[in-house]
Every structure is written in structure tokens, then in C-alpha cells.
Design a protein around this ligand. Sequence first.
Ligand SMILES: [Zn+2]
Length: 119
Amino acid sequence: MTAPSPLLTGLRCRCPQCGQGALFNGYLRFRDTCTACGADFKAADAGDGPAVFVILIVGAIVAPLLLVLQRLLPDVVALIITLVATVVLCIAFLPPFKAILFALQWKHKAREATHEDVE
Ligand SMILES: [Zn+2]
């Protein structure tokens, strides 16, 4: 069985091993194990990486949006629309980006370095 694509499983927020089971238990909390194949997610930790990517991408979307809206609408309205768009996009993008980074860690067997790795 070939491993599913980290990008596709991440976008669907599915297990990086089987591509079927749900990865999250709630909004951003990893399940302990995959519901389909039993893969162990207890050591799952994508760290701050997903937030960094989301900030960069959402910033690249909303900054030009604000500049355009300021020309078309009163400043306060443009600012409110941009702030709402920022919050909505961040909430929408964070789970798939977290799942993609975790799937890449899973595929490449990335983990925290230990003293045994150095010796
Ligand atoms: Zn699975």
C-alpha cells in the first residue's frame, strides 16, 4: 500500500498513514489514534509552524484587500471587512495547515532530536 499524499490528506484533515481516519478531535486537537487504522498520534506536535504559514498567507491576502477596499469604501467599513476576513481566513486555514505539516512530519519520520541522535 502506498502512503497517501501529505498534501491531500492534510487538506482533508485525515490520517497521514491511511488517509481515511479523522485527524482532529475538535478544532485543532489531535486524536490519540486514527479511527480507521489505529496509527498512534500521541507524539503529534506540529509546533508553531502552521501558525507562521497561516499568518504569511492570510497577510498576503488581506493587506491588498484593505488597500483596494479603502479606495472603494469608507475607511472604517474597509477596516471592519478586512478584520473579519482576517479572522475567518485564519480560522479556516489553521486546521488544514496543521494537518499538512503533521502529515509531512509523519512521512519523513521527523521528531524531536534526542541525546541518542547526537552520539
Ligand atoms: Zn489511519
